[in-house]
Design a binder for this molecule. Sequence first.
Ligand SMILES: [Fe+2]
Ligand SMILES: [Fe+2]
Length: 318
Amino acid sequence: MLLAKPLKKAAAKVFAAAPFSLDKQSPIIPIRHMKFDFEPEKLDPKFYMNAELASAYFASLSIFLTRGEDLVIDTARYHRDFINDPLLKQRVTSLIGQEAIHSKMHEEMNDAYRERDLPVELFRFLAGYVFKYGFERLPQPMKLSLMAGIEHFTAVLAEYMMNHEEIFFRSTDEKQRAIWMWHMLEESEHKDIAFDVFQHLSNNYALRIAGFFPALITILVLISAASFIVPFYRNPKNLISLKYWKEIPYNFRLIFGLKDGVYGSSFKHIFDYLRPDFHPNDHDTTDFLEYYKEKLLHPETGLLTPYMTKEFIPALRI
Ligand SMILES: [Fe+2]
Ligand SMILES: [Fe+2]
């Protein structure tokens, strides 16, 4: 959303810029253009560990995520004008570019999923309702906080996935593997940018925490609740299928299990955000990034190489 210039100038007074410095975990990051050409008939609806409901969670996430990414893009674009540091500004441009391509590619996968009995339009409507009448109406400082909160959860997810590479190889669906691994890599690459912008422009602890909870409720509660619809929408017989109901605890453990579930085992990482001196780079993922860049982006053997059409670094404007 654009504000008229005088209003934007007035808003600038709200932000008292704190000093910003890059550390070794904050390199300049590229924007990568991808082309997946999803084929609906080849999409595996049980991509996640061959588990119907857990896979439905990620399919639902793919739909809700695009609205979250659009909010991140708009908010980052708006606040970029208040940043004086050229390096941070350049990194924000990378964040915007990466998120724009995530949103576009996931929308293409969601379109393909529509033909595989996923209630894509219903979920787009629900997500649209939550964002249009809720999050997008928030004042800019709160949106800035929400942006940092959303990016914290995608960083948690990315770290979990980087730690559980085997998940991506349980299915033979190469394109879903590629899109989720690419997204994982880039969420980890840019995990500190939204947070640094928040700290640079606001540095208000209470406001930061206020943005954490709506992100938590959307990602853990709302999307989980929505995903329960999917198996019945796809196959109403699941309602009376003993096999389906027997598998529910396993599916639940995959997402929420304390030992090895996506969010259950990431509990400490999730709530570490509440620590007043938290920074995303306290969770060092540099070794993972090095490993996955080699595995995914190697010019000959990289898993993403067949799908990547362009890669560039945004200009540094001093
Ligand atoms: Fe993203
Ligand atoms: Fe992100």
